[in-house]
Design a protein. Structure first.
Lengths: 372, 300
């Protein structure tokens, strides 16, 4: 055997050893309660446990949108105990990944599959047709027709965003507010336009700045977009991004201004710039759907979660120095507006109209009262 | 407004510039480092990890560069010693980096931590210049260093024996071998230096932009840098305007209303630099790849 081939063999062994060490490292790290795929804490369920799979993009550690859903899966598992096996799978950041995870979950015997993302409505239909004995539910606007085993869920994002806009319209000193969103898609537009409409509701002179970053997590882009809006004179900015809100906080800290993050209460992340947060209680939404699935009570319809019944879209408490920026009068007005939304005095236009980009500035504010 | 446009351009450009410089070094040596995205991700992860442990941002940046160099050696084992296909190996490395950093982040990082970034350093006199002064000369130290590094990389590649050997490894590795210089050794060194720069680019995402790590924080910037290398024609100096073009397009998109461009779809503005890149690469007659790029060297 030549020295050359011996050297090659050693190199191969070293490479293999490196790969093995890395793989073991990953395995060791993955062997934790924070695994992003697998049964949630609270029990594996008994042999006859009903299995519910929840799949999504993003990471359950985002302190925002996805984490809130993940907490719902934890909550459902904890409440249902051995009767259920809630399987959570996140980080599915492409349609293909969602497709594969959905197929695997149903093939492995899940009796219900819940997409906690609005990215794949076509997969809801596809898998409902392939697995007629299982329930498939998605985060999307109500459908015109429902297959017998399809359900949809929709937190009424526009209500919370409208409240945030109403607050921004009252707090702004420059009559200019902004929104930084990730994508030009209906679910995000409902938030953006709801905010614009709310700002105009309390402040007819307000101007609205908009920016799309094409990323939920890119802090650099979110920061640049926020800087631009602050420089243009906006002083209260709604965040419709996830982790990227960190970049917005940095920009607001540098230039002076307030950020209203959404999905969860994020005051602790940046107490110096977070004016309040719009809380959508995705955990409650997810847990409710999972429990209905386990109890065999799902129906082929749209489950809608609103401010009046579920508190979906309520504003987090005003606290600290940023809380002081909200006058008693403004707090009172926002509380009244919330009541008007809850009791139906304020009626929003249809989702198709509100979900269109720019509708927040074209819809007549007067038409909200009485819905005319 | 122009001042803000330039300021945000710099903010968005620095990580890309560092990654591009790193890729130029490795490609000039003949190694197509598709794993650039993964190295960048590890750099960002290392920087955020060190910041969370407490030693501070300067140490975090150095730690990221050191990890990058180590990863360069690891990649050299794959691409140079084992002659693994550079495209397949690079893609696998990127997937591995995404998985490992995400798992480690889930387990060890404080996800809701408030981020902080490097403060600005105004250069005397220059920062007082109208418009460009505050935009270009009142930036964090790392932004100035990235431009200095462009000069250093140019000097390294064109004015040193190491650079001569490195370029020979990318153009005529057999001639280099005939001269008694180890092609593998040069390529390994190039990967170490290049990956250190790429990892610095990842660290810049944390210490300049977000202050914190998030899974997949790079979001394809490594791949964008691969494209910019072509536009820059493997020249560190041309890398400066090339990355500025990408940063500028992003900045304009965010200030569309200020410049009266509200009616232009933001997607169109986002697409522009890529269109320019494709046209440049297609039309540019001098855009010639290093002759041995992506070809493992086998001694006969």
């Amino acid at each position: 055997m030549s020295r050359h081939s011996i050297g090659n063999r050693w190199q191969a062994l070293i490479a293999a050893a490196c790969a093995l060490a890395l793989a073991l490292g990953v395995a060791a790290c993955g062997d934790s309660d924070s695994s992003t795929s697998g049964s949630t804490d609270g029990g594996e369920g008994s042999a006859d446990a009903v299995e519910v799979a929840m799949v999504t993009s993003g990471a359950h550690t985002d302190s925002s949108f996805v984490q809130s859903w993940w907490e719902g899966s934890q909550q459902a598992q904890s409440e249902l105990g051995d009767a259920a096996k809630i399987v959570w799978n996140d980080g599915l950041n492409s349609l293909d990944a969602l497709d594969r995870a959905a197929g695997a979950a149903l093939t492995n015997g899940a009796e219900a599959l819940i997409f906690t993302t609005s990215e794949a409505p076509q997969l809801v239909t596809e898998y409902a047709e392939k697995f007629p004995d299982a329930w498939v539910c998605g985060l999307e606007a109500p459908r015109e027709d429902y297959l017998a085993n399809v359900c949809t869920m929709l937190p009424q994002y526009w209500e919370g965003a409208f409240l945030a806009g109403a607050l921004a319209g009252l707090v702004t000193e420059t009559d200019r507010v902004g929104v930084v969103s990730a994508f030009d898609i209906p679910v995000q537009n409902l938030q953006v336009e709801g905010f614009a409409l709310g700002a105009r509701y309390t402040n007819p002179d307000v101007k609205i700045e908009r920016a799309i970053t094409e990323s939920l997590i890119d802090s650099g882009k979110a920061r640049a977009a926020t800087q631009a809006q602050l420089a243009a004179g906006a002083d209260v900015i709604l965040s419709a991004v996830d982790e990227a809100a960190q970049g917005m906080y940095l920009a607001a800290r540098d230039a002076g201004g307030y950020v209203i993050p959404q999905y969860t209460d994020q005051y602790e992340s940046a107490p110096d710039v977070v004016l309040t947060s719009v809380v959508y209680h995705h955990d409650e939404v997810g847990a409710t759907l999972a429990k209905l699935a386990v109890e065999g009570e799902l129906e082929a319809k749209s489950y809608e979660f609103d401010l009046a019944t579920y508190g979906v879209g309520e504003l987090a408490p005003f606290r600290g120095a940023t809380g002081e920026a909200v006058s008693e009068e403004a707090r009172k007005q926002v509380a009244e507006i919330q009541k008007e939304i809850e009791d139906g005095t304020i009626i929003f236009p249809g989702l198709e109209e509100l979900g269109e980009r720019g509708s927040g500035e074209s819809i007549s504010v007067a038409s909200l009262k009485g819905g005319t | 407004m122009v001042e803000l446009l330039l300021t945000t351009t710099v903010l968005l450009t620095v990580p890309l510039l560092l990654a591009t410089l790193g890729e130029i070094v490795t490609e000039r040596a003949g190694v197509l480092n598709i794993g650039i995205e993964g190295v960048m991700l590890f750099g960002a992860f290392a920087a955020a990890g060190v910041i969370q442990l407490g030693p501070g941002r300067p140490v975090a940046v150095l730690a990221a560069a050191a990890l990058g160099a180590a990863l360069g050696v690891l990649l050299a084992v794959l691409f140079v010693a084992r002659r693994v296909n550079q495209i397949v190996g690079g893609v696998l490395f990127n997937l591995f980096a995404l998985g490992l950093t995400t798992v480690l982040f889930d387990r060890y990082f404080d996800a809701g931590a408030t981020g902080s970034v490097f403060g600005k350093l105004a250069l005397p006199l220059l920062s007082d210049l109208p418009v460009v002064g505050p935009a270009l000369f009142d930036q964090p130290l790392l932004a100035y260093l990235s431009v200095v590094l462009a000069g250093l990389v140019w000097w390294l590649l064109t004015r040193t024996w190491f650079g001569l050997h490195l370029r020979a490894a990318g153009e005529r590795p057999r001639a280099l071998d005939s001269a008694g210089v180890s092609v593998g050794g040069i390529r390994t060194a190039a990967l170490a230096v290049g990956c250190a720069l790429v990892a610095l680019g990842g660290a810049a995402l944390v210490v300049l932009q977000s202050g914190a790590f998030t899974p997949n924080i790079t979001e394809g910037r490594g791949f964008i840098a691969l494209g910019i290398v072509l536009v820059a024609r493997w020249s560190p100096w041309w890398a400066l305007p090339a990355v500025a073009l990408f940063g500028l397009a992003e900045s304009v998109k965010f200030q569309a209303s200020t410049f009266g461009l509200e009616s232009v779809p933001p997607e169109f503005l986002a697409m522009l630099p890529y269109l320019v890149a494709i046209v440049t690469v297609t039309v540019g007659t001098a855009a010639r790849y290093p002759a041995a790029l992506g070809v493992p060297y086998v001694r006969e």
